[in-house]
Each structure stands twice: as C-alpha cells, then as structure tokens.
Ligand binder design. Structure first.
Ligand code: NDP
Length: 488
C-alpha cells in the first residue's frame, strides 16, 4: 500500500482538506494506495500554477527543440520503467498485463511522436493582394484543463499531455478518481526529467468539484476531455463560461460488420477481440456485431465455441485474457444492461453472469456475454454498455448493413469484414464514423487521427491533427510600403 501525493507547481502536495481516497485492486479488492481527494479549491490552485507557468515562467521562452527533448526524455524514462508501469496499470484498472504492456509502450511512443513533431510546427506565408509580407504564426493555446477516463489511464495521459507540451501549452491533468496511479507515477518521471514547475500538474480528485473547475474556470484557455457522452455534454456547458476551446472524445456503439464473403476464421477472431479486449471497456469496442444472414448462425456458434478460451482472472496471472471490470458499481451497471437485454427479448447465448470460482469471488468479474437476434431498436443495440457484452444483429444485404450501422447517435468507430476490397471501401465510405477498419479491429497508431462523428465527440487527437487543438493561429501583416496609407 502506497500513500501518494499529487503533483502541482513542481511540488508534491496533499489535498487542502487532507481528504484521501482509497484505491483498490478491482480483481481482489485489496487496498493498493491512497491518493489525495482534491476539491474545486485545489483545482483552482493548480490552474493558477499552470497560468503562472504559461504567463510568467521560463516555459514561454523554451524553444521547440527543448520541448521536443523533454518529451524524448520522458518517453525514454517510461520505457526504462515499463514493467513497473504495466504492473501498476493492471493492478489499478484490471486489464491483463499484456494489454498494459502494450499501453505503456504506446504511451512512450506517443510522447516520442510529439517530441518529434514539436520542431515541425510551422506557419506559412500567403500571397496577398497588397504590398505586404503576410504570414501565419502558430502559437500555444495557453493553459489546458485535461480530463481523462479510467479505461486507458497512462495512455490517455500521453494522448493529452504530449501534444499540449509539444505546442508549448501548460496543463492541469485530472485522471479518473478510480485510476490515478500511473498518472502519479508519470508525474514522478516528469519531475525527474526536469519539466519546469507548473508546466504539467497532475491533480487527483473527483469529476464533481475538481473536474468541474477545470471545465469552468475562466483561467483555463482550453479543455480536453475524454469520457462519457453525458459528462462530455456537461463539460461543454461548463466551457461556455469563457468560451474556452474544447475537444471531446466520447462514447461509441460501434458496428463491426461481417459479410458472408469474409475470411471466416479472421472474422470470428476479430468479432471477439473487437468486443472483449480490455473487458469491453473501450470506447471503440465493436459492441454491435452486424452479420450477414447467410452466415449468421455459423458465426455465432463459432464465437460461442471460442469464448471459453477467454480466461478470466487477475490481470497479472499468466494466460489471463480478461480481467475484472473497473469497479463494483460499473459491474452493476453492465449487469443491468444484461437484464435489459433479456427483458427486451434478445437471445442470451453465452455469459450473462458473474463467473464461479473462489479466486474470482473477490473481484468485479463478469463473463464475456453474447446476445443474439438483437433488434436495432433494443437498448442493448443503442446504448453504450462499456463492458463485455456483445449484441449480434443479423442483416440482409449491404444496404441494410449500412443503414443499421449508421442508425446510432454515436459515430466513433466501425469495422468491415469482406474479401471484396471494392465492397469494403464502398461500405467504409458510407459509414459515419471517425475510426474504421477493414479485415481487422482495434489496431490504431499514434500517427493517425482519433475521434468521432456525431455525439462521439468533436475534434481529433493524435497524429498531425492532434496538435491543432493546442495551437492558436495568428496572422501577421507587414507593410512593405514606406508611404502612409493616406486614407484621411
Ligand atoms: P466519465 O465521463 O464518467 O468520466 C471521465 C472523466 O470526467 C473522469 O476523470 C471524471 O472524473 C470526469 N468528470 C466526471 N464528471 C465531470 C464533470 N461534471 N466535469 C468535469 N469532469 C468530470 O467517463 P468514465 O471515466 O466512466 O469513462 C468511460 C467513458 O469514457 C465511456 O463512455 C467511453 O466511451 C469514454 N471514452 C472515450 C474515449 C474516446 O477516445 N472517444 C476513450 C476512452 C473512454 P471522476 O471519474 O474522477 O469522477
């Protein structure tokens, strides 16, 4: 058990109230840490630190090379401690170790990507009608409030911090109250890498209060939020206080579409991985499986046969493929959707309950669950469950598949399985989603833009696109004439 402090203005501090929160391993309930439970007041102080670092500190004078080098240094520091980070991530949020290892490597790569990009941020010169040298400067947007969820704690820190720092912003980042540990360990590396005080502040505490202050404060220039759509809407409303810049990465109810001409085994694998990786606690999970009628039964049977290979257990146990859900409350929410699915008349073909076994009794485990014969109007086909629950919806033809896929308030991700590349691309072009795959599901890259259509969010993270959210654009016009304008 470790007692943590939070990292504000280059110092390790407690919450002003002295309050702390217990952090428990979701696989067995073991108390693993205590962290400060900050309030609105603590958040305001952290914002002041970020404000001072941006307005008055040495940070504004750093050049892009130095910012890039700091990010490279941080990437290396993470890689050196990759094992520590991966194990802690698994203990805090439950995911299997192999998935945490992947996330840690990806987080280091993300810092490195933006370390490289720092020196490539550039404006441009425009040809204008007057005798003027007119050019565009890109400048940091200012102080950022960054709010992240519990499903990819370290990776989400990287997605948020890396572009902000590359652009020259300062930031207050608030991890989820449930999973703050790798963010706090990252703060230890940030201190060791000698980022100037106040540039990156890691504030632990609940969304109600601390998070609200980040979204509301008129001293914050930009808020970047990843989380649920309902919270995203609240953040957007709060951000109107000073019309701050805003980017939102929200939920999804993503269609994964299998045509009869797909490679069958790959599609079975891709359907299961799409739905059950990270316990299904993934915004881009392929939680709606649309299957062409002619192979529908065969595909469902093949999936059900393979599900027992998804070994449940503590994420640190070798061979485990699915960990516990993040909290008891979240498991209850997912279970309530399983009850809704049954009441709505969907056919429960596997899972649906807590697994048996003494070693699983103390954790928030839930069996991988598949509902078949789901109708597009059912709640389990429309609402984000954010757990290991897959809804299978049969379709007749291409047109039918596209219609069902797009019939959602969300538009985050989508997959298509077919060996006919013309069909694959034709369907992808008609899907209203920001992240798409053909004959695979889930792999994404730091180089590629991440974000959703419709109510899945606004703006894009990652890649060259991701830096845009952290940059202002300034036009500069220099008259090349020496004579006065002579208008009056
Ligand atoms: P929440 O929306 O509940 O919380 C996200 C973050 O917002 C947390 O840090 C939370 O704090 C904070 N928060 C809560 N209320 C407020 C508020 N009123 N003002 C400011 N901040 C607030 O999401 P979850 O943590 O439950 O994560 C799951 C959701 O995240 C899913 O809907 C999922 O789809 C989405 N997500 C989207 C991704 C994407 O890229 N599109 C990626 C990953 C997840 P706290 O938890 O400490 O109370």
């Amino acid at each position: 058990m470790k007692n943590y402090e939070m990292y504000v203005n280059g110092k390790w501090i407690k919450a002003r109230s002295g309050a702390t929160r217990e952090i428990r391993d979701p696989a067995n309930g073991e108390l693993i840490a205590r962290v400060p439970e900050s309030t609105r007041e603590d958040a305001a102080a952290a914002i002041d630190a970020a404000r001072a670092a941006f307005d008055k500190g040495p940070w504004r004078a750093t050049n892009a090379q130095d910012r890039g080098k700091l990010l490279f240094k941080l990437a290396d520091a993470i890689r050196k401690e990759a094992k520590i980070f991966a194990e802690l991530e698994t203990r805090n949020c439950g995911k299997p170790l192999a998935e945490s290892e992947f996330d840690v490597a990806d987080a280091a790569n993300c810092f490195e990507f933006y370390g490289g990009l720092a020196t490539k941020i550039h404006g441009e010169t425009m040809q204008v009608p007057a005798n003027s040298l007119s050019f565009v400067l890109r400048e940091p947007v200012g102080v950022c409030g960054q709010i992240i969820p519990w499903n990819y704690p370290l990776l989400m820190c990287a997605w948020k911090l890396a572009p902000a720092i590359a652009a020259g912003c300062t930031t207050v980042l608030k991890p989820s109250e449930l999973t703050p540990l790798t963010a706090l360990e990252l703060a230890r590396l940030i201190e060791a890498c000698e980022f100037p005080a106040g540039v990156i502040n890691i504030l632990t505490g609940p969304g109600a209060g601390a998070g609200e202050e980040l979204a509301m404060s008129s001293k914050v220039d930009k808020v970047a939020f990843t989380g649920g759509t309902v919270t995203g809407r609240k953040v957007m409303e709060s951000a109107t206080s000073n019309l701050k810049k805003i980017s939102l990465e929200l939920g999804g109810k993503n269609p994964n579409i299998v045509f009869a001409d797909a490679d069958f085994e790959s599609a079975v694998d891709g359907a299961l991985f799409g739905a059950f990786a990270n316990q299904g606690e993934v915004c881009s999970a392929g939680s709606r499986l649309l299957v062409e009628e002619s192979i529908h039964r065969k595909l469902v049977d093949a999936m059900v046969k393979k599900v027992p290979r998804i070994k449940l257990g503590h994420g640190l146990t070798p061979g485990v493929k699915m960990g516990p859900l993040v909290s008891a409350a979240h498991r209850e929410k997912v279970e309530s959707y399983i009850r809704i699915g049954v009441q709505e008349g969907a056919k429960l073909v596997c899972g649906g309950k807590r697994p048996e076994g003494k070693d699983l009794a103390g954790g928030n485990f839930l069996e991988p669950t598949i509902f078949d014969d789901v109708k597009p109007a059912m709640r389990i086909a429309r609402e984000e469950i954010f757990g290991p629950v897959l809804s299978v919806i049969p379709f007749k033809n291409e047109e039918d598949a596209i219609r069902i896929a797009n019939d959602s308030e969300y538009g985050l991700a989508a997959g298509v399985w077919t060996l006919n590349i013309n069909r694959g691309l034709r369907v992808i072009k008609q899907l209203r989603a920001g992240i798409t795959w053909i004959n695979t599901y889930h792999p994404t890259f730091n180089e590629m833009p991440w974000g959703g259509y419709k109510q899945s969010g606004t703006g894009r993270e990652l890649g060259l696109y991701g830096i845009e959210a952290y940059l202002e654009t300034k036009q500069v016009n220099v008259s090349l004439d020496e004579a006065p304008i002579g208008w009056y």
